[in-house]
Design a protein around this ligand. Sequence first.
Ligand SMILES: O=P(O)(O)OC[C@H]1O[C@](O)(CO)[C@@H](O)[C@@H]1O
Length: 330
Amino acid sequence: MQRRGFLAELATTMHELEKDKDSLAANPENLKVIFEEMVEMCLWGNATDLSMLTHLSHEQIQHLQSVGRDAQAARAEFILRDDQEKVWDHLKSFAGKTDSRIDFVLDNGGFELFTDFVFADFLVTYTPYASKVVFHPKLIPWFVSDVTPPDFRSTTKSLLSPSFFPQEATPEGAPATDSSEESRAHLYKMVKRWESYIDSGVFALSVPIDSPLGASDKKANFWTTPYPYWNMKELAPELHKSLSDSSLVIFKGDLNFRKLTGDVQWPTSTPFETAIGPLAGSFPILSLRTNKADVIVAIDDEVAEKLESSGEKWRYNGKYAVVLFQPRSE
Ligand SMILES: O=P(O)(O)OC[C@H]1O[C@](O)(CO)[C@@H](O)[C@@H]1O
């Protein structure tokens, strides 16, 4: 029930944005505020994949996945390096262009994919900076809950299915409240829009949408090889070329971050640009990562020292995060 609350809350937020669409488009500063909420929603959507569920309490999971403005503000101090400002400036440079494309290198299905859809929807529906989104799934569920093409296809269908969210009832069995009916309607409308975007190509998968589990595709096989993303250009030239046409490539989650940085035990203050090696400058990269493994870069020494001396398992307890941006080279 709680999960449905979050989904509906996001759907209602998106619904309410509709009223302000024109004024938001005319006023980038207001749009920026919403953009930052969207980035953080999408970032923390990664906090609780299946592997984290085993050691977080129900309350901790709910806290990490709560999507309201206040909950996000409370978590801002846990973002150890935050390049949102740079990303926003980069996005604004696409105003007036009709062919700007954002790519999402997906991570987990379920709640995280829902937040990816919401962010993508925000970018194409409410900002003048993106005309298309390409989603990159994996062809096998490599780290258990990775999004595959069948997951992508079934997500909108599930969200639209009446049985997915059974009618709410009060403990006494009274009928649903007006507000829950309304939020259900907002969710329905939003997901219908996503389906129309899939039909029209505004939202696309990098591989044929009907690809079965275990299919082979030059644009996706690389994601499930043992190689770091440093080797993308020579080992997956088609994928590299395709991403080179993107206005922004968003890498979701911990595993993608590890592959971007070579899964190396870098000194914590290593610049992101150094850690991503030959990929730096090839295309604009945004990494939205909650920390679930030892690898970490781009953190000020004082911050790292303080966390180390606290004894907290900050590198992998899922409570901390980084938002890292590397632009395309001129
Ligand atoms: O789903 P994500 O964010 O890519 O996280 C995957 C991570 O989960 C783990 O399997 C366990 O935390 C890590 O080893 C791995 O990097």
